[in-house]
Every structure is written in structure tokens, then in C-alpha cells.
Design a protein around this ligand. Sequence first.
Ligand code: FE2
Length: 193
Amino acid sequence: MNYVTGSIIKELREKKKMTQKELAECILVSDKTVSKWETNRGLPDIGIIDELARALDVSVAELLTGEYKENENRSANMKKMLFYVCPVCGNIITAVGKGSYSCCGITLHELETEPDDEQHEIKVELIEHEYAVSMQHPMEKTHYISFLAYVTSDTCEMVKLYPEQDVIVRFRKRGHGMLYGYCNRHGLFRKRL
Ligand SMILES: [Fe+2]
């Protein structure tokens, strides 16, 4: 099990430009105590981890794992939507900014996207007010398109797909954005609209 380390407390404290004394005052311990933690001569009690995380502006999970994320997408523009997929159960998580997410006990990494290729071509046809989005791709149990998504600056629509199904989905036209298709074997593909 991961537990908070002295170096992560120090790193986060310095990032917040706080002195040991200031941090100590926030969580009602002495500055000596903070100094002990940071030099690995002691560990904070589990009972104050919550307060410590709050004082350092991270989540408890981030504090314990030491994997905290800096969010560049502070305005939370949906166009920068990130996708996370659990390799064990296939759970899909979408986020408008970086974060620490885990599923089935695994820390997930955001999926990298690549432009659609020959095997994963995302075809779009405008039919009245809808985009008919399709992919010619195997839909076998072990290799299939698991979802299609249409993301604009203020919306994200996702349709889950299952083996044996055809890869064709209709999205209401909302203007410029990005289409995504996720193959469980080859990853996340995108096409600009
Ligand atoms: Fe594929």
C-alpha cells in the first residue's frame, strides 16, 4: 500500500510557497512535526491525512500515491476532453482536466489519441441535422470498437458499442468538434469535424 512520503509533503508545500510553520498551523501540529515528516523521521497519522491533503491542495489519493496532476485545462473546455479506459473491466471515464483516476485497483493513464488510420477510419456523413458516424472495423469479442464520442466546446456525447453490433451512430450536429472512436486493441482515434 502506498503511503504519503516526506518528499511529497515537502514538494507540495514548497509548490504552495508555504513554510513548515504555515503548514503546521493549518493542520494544528507543530513545525517540528512537519520537519520530522519531511525528513522521514516520522509519518503523519492517518487521521490527519484528509486535512493535510486539503492544506496542500491535492486529493487524498494524490497525496498517498504522490501522483498529483497539474491541470492545464482550468477553464474546463470540453474540447480537451480526456478519456481513461480500465484495461480490466473496460470502464470508461471522461474528464475535462487531468486527474488521478483508478479502477479495479489500477491507476489509469489518459488515452493518447491518434488521427484515424486505414483500419480505423472514422467516416462522417451529414444527413439533415445529424452526423452519421461509422467505422468499418471488426466487432469481435476480442477486438472491437468500444465507443464513439462527439466532443464540442460545451458538449460530449458518447455511445457505447458492443461486439457483434454495427459501428454506426447518429449525433445531432452541433458544429465544430472532434469525433473519437476507441478500439479496445489499437487505442483511441480522432477525426476533426
Ligand atoms: Fe482495431
